[in-house]
Design a protein around this ligand. Structure first.
Ligand code: PGA
Length: 319
């Protein structure tokens, strides 16, 4: 069978009206053109689809079967047309985002506001480290990435959208807590809890210490910011983390920022996508939203001033 969509559309109209005249009016075709389409369709399926009962046109059994199918095909075609139209606008559509693990501390806040504005867009969010993000960009399997510095391994477009200060953290009982202007060289005596190789935070931290000609002592390695923070709290060493990751710990005083010369390292978050990629309307809407509003919605805020007050429960436990 070589049924064409055009034949089905004509057949569907004739079957619905049970009239060649009405179908031809609806389709803005001549009546002979409509009859010809139906005849070709009948030839194609090999069975008559209509029969004449007196002056009336009726469907045969095969015609009724085909009518069922043609109606559902027509419905699907209409739906398809609607979806394509909607995709041309930003009201609907998928959006595949991938963010660096540290971005996860603020990405949900951004998505909540974005979702309110575009409820028809269904974003999918992958959270992974920098190296994995680069692979996703390489494979062209995501629309947009939010990460630290843009990769050089893949040709990308990138836009900085928000500051990402990196700070040195310590448990509240550490002797350096509360000291002003700690010399960088003083850190040589400390052990650092490290993020995994492939983490952007780790890369930035290592670059910085290398540039300063300052070797640091690596302690345990952890693949999650959460684990790093717990390790620091438990006295396993100091660490360098994004200010975004310690909002709650600073509020509760469970971690402290050390006032080390050269810190905070001022980095930027970037929105990144492959060069020459045609962004969907949904992806474009998200890009514009992030570049224009992310800093306001999820900015890291000012660095807390160094304070020397120990935690209430720690004061109690020492007395
Ligand atoms: P990450 O953060 O350490 O979670 O990979 C990305 C970055 O800071 O570049």
């Amino acid at each position: 069978m070589h049924i064409t969509l055009r034949q089905l559309r004509v057949f569907e109209a004739v079957a619905r009206h049970l009239s060649y005249t009405k179908a031809s009016q609806e389709l803005h075709l001549s009546q002979p053109a409509v009859s010809m389409q139906v005849r070709q369709l009948e030839d194609d399926v090999g069975i008559p689809l209509f029969e004449k009962l007196g002056k009336k046109t009726e469907l045969t059994e095969a015609g009724r079967e085909l009518f069922n199918y043609s109606r559902s095909i027509n419905r699907s075609l209409l739906e398809l047309e609607e979806v394509m139209q909607a995709l041309k606008g930003v009201s609907r559509g998928g959006l595949h985002l991938a963010v660096a693990s540290t971005v996860n501390y603020f990405a949900p806040r951004l998505l909540a506001v974005f979702h309110q504005r575009y409820p028809g867009i269904a974003p999918r969010l992958d959270v992974t480290n920098r190296e994995a993000l680069i692979r996703l960009l390489e494979n062209n399997s995501i629309d947009l990435a939010l990460m630290g510095f843009p990769p050089t391994e893949v040709e990308v477009e990138s836009e900085a959208f928000m500051p990402n200060p990196l700070v040195v953290i310590a448990p509240p009982t550490h002797p350096l807590v509360g000291q002003p202007d700690i010399a960088l060289t003083r850190l040589a005596q400390e052990t650092f809890v490290m993020r995994e190789t492939g983490s952007g935070t780790r890369l930035a931290m290592e670059r910085f210490f290398k540039e300063q000609g300052m070797p640091i002592r690596h302690g345990m390695q952890m693949t999650r910011n959460e684990a790093v923070k717990q390790a620091v709290r438990s006295g396993l060493g100091l660490s360098v983390v994004s200010l975004h990751t310690i909002e709650l710990e600073l509020e509760t005083g469970r971690l402290k920022i050390l006032d080390v010369a050269g810190f905070p390292l001022l980095r930027q978050w970037h929105l990144v996508y492959r060069r020459a990629k045609r962004l969907s309307p949904a992806a474009r809407a998200f890009r514009d939203f992030v570049v224009q509003e992310a800093a306001q919605i999820a900015g890291p805020g000012p660095l807390p001033t160094v304070d020397t007050t120990p935690l209430a429960n720690e004061r109690d436990s020492r007395t």
